[in-house]
Design a protein around this ligand. Sequence first.
Ligand SMILES: *[C@@H]1O[C@H](CO)[C@@H](O)[C@H](O)[C@H]1NC(C)=O
Ligand SMILES: *[C@@H]1O[C@H](CO)[C@@H](O)[C@H](O)[C@H]1NC(C)=O
Length: 353
Amino acid sequence: MAIPSLLLSPLLLLLVLLRPPFTTANSAVYFSKTTIFSDYEKMITNLKIFIYPLPNQLHQQYNSTPFTLLHNSLLTSNFLTHNPNQATLFFLPFPPMSTRSLDRHVKLVRTTYPYWNRSLGADHFYFSSQGVGPTSSRNVAELKKNAVQIACFPVPAREFIPHKDITLPPSSVLSRAHPQSEGLSTRFLGYWRFAEVGSGVELINGLRNDGEFLIESEPYDEGVFLERVQSSKFCLFVYDVEGVGGLSVALSHGCVPVVITDRPIQDLPLMDVIKWSEIAVFVGSNMGPNKLKRALIRTCEDGGYDRMKRLGVAAAHHFAWNESSPQPYDAFNMVMYQLWARRHAIRYSKWEI
Ligand SMILES: *[C@@H]1O[C@H](CO)[C@@H](O)[C@H](O)[C@H]1NC(C)=O
Ligand SMILES: *[C@@H]1O[C@H](CO)[C@@H](O)[C@H](O)[C@H]1NC(C)=O
């Protein structure tokens, strides 16, 4: 027994280390697992990003978790290049600032470096937590229309351009995805929290007196929230700026998200990688409470529920950040992957300059 296991263990270890998170069991959640895996490996070796300096007067002042995470992760990653001629893409980092300051900043980049003018910003990307709004400034308009915007999900409708822009998962998971804890018995069919609801208010109110649903509007407490999430089969979210905050927490804890919306959603994180319909239920805000309940019960009965839950827990890995060192296929690397996947559309063939 001892000899084979000695021989086997390095091999097994190697296999475990090399194994991408696409096992046959969870591959259904991806649009194409083979393409994604081979393209991701190409990205790891080939993606090079040049980072412009932060605007001077704002240096060091600004401390927003998503921006700092992205910026710091990039600065310490192998994607960083100090040679702009090698760059696949250019990152223009800036803290929140007025349109006027942003206009000045883009203008400075445009006149100081030759790279903006080559593509009018198309091979550039930037972070803005709520997205850059409509503007009459030429420089900011070019930034918004041409460069890839990374914003926090959900983004106000007019501030997201679907063919190029990217969202980060809701900020409450910027810490980490927890492994799903077993053993908590499921007490509720559906759980919903938050005081203000816009479009989903009737649907939510219609569920208030149903003992199988827990509808809470108490102030937020992380511990209580986690316990509720873990003891509910479905977590209800209203798609608006406030309503989807716990979406990825729910996914990682095995509470299947039900997203109530009155319009098509175009800004889900990892939308071109992950089939959201495999891990979440999307319902119109005009659906009645009884119809919603029947639909959820049906999902549980036909075996679809366990599959969605399993796929959701597996996919949550892509939404977790590791502040100290990004892990393969985690939120940082998946954002990079989405940029990489856009390179053919946004990168101009090499221009002689
Ligand atoms: C880029 O083009 C603008 C005019 O649109 C010009 O003012 C600027 O000097 C150019 N930048 C460089 C580095 O040549
Ligand atoms: C982050 O990465 C470090 C080093 O690889 C690891 O020890 C740690 O457990 C990770 N943290 C999280 C939250 O995944």
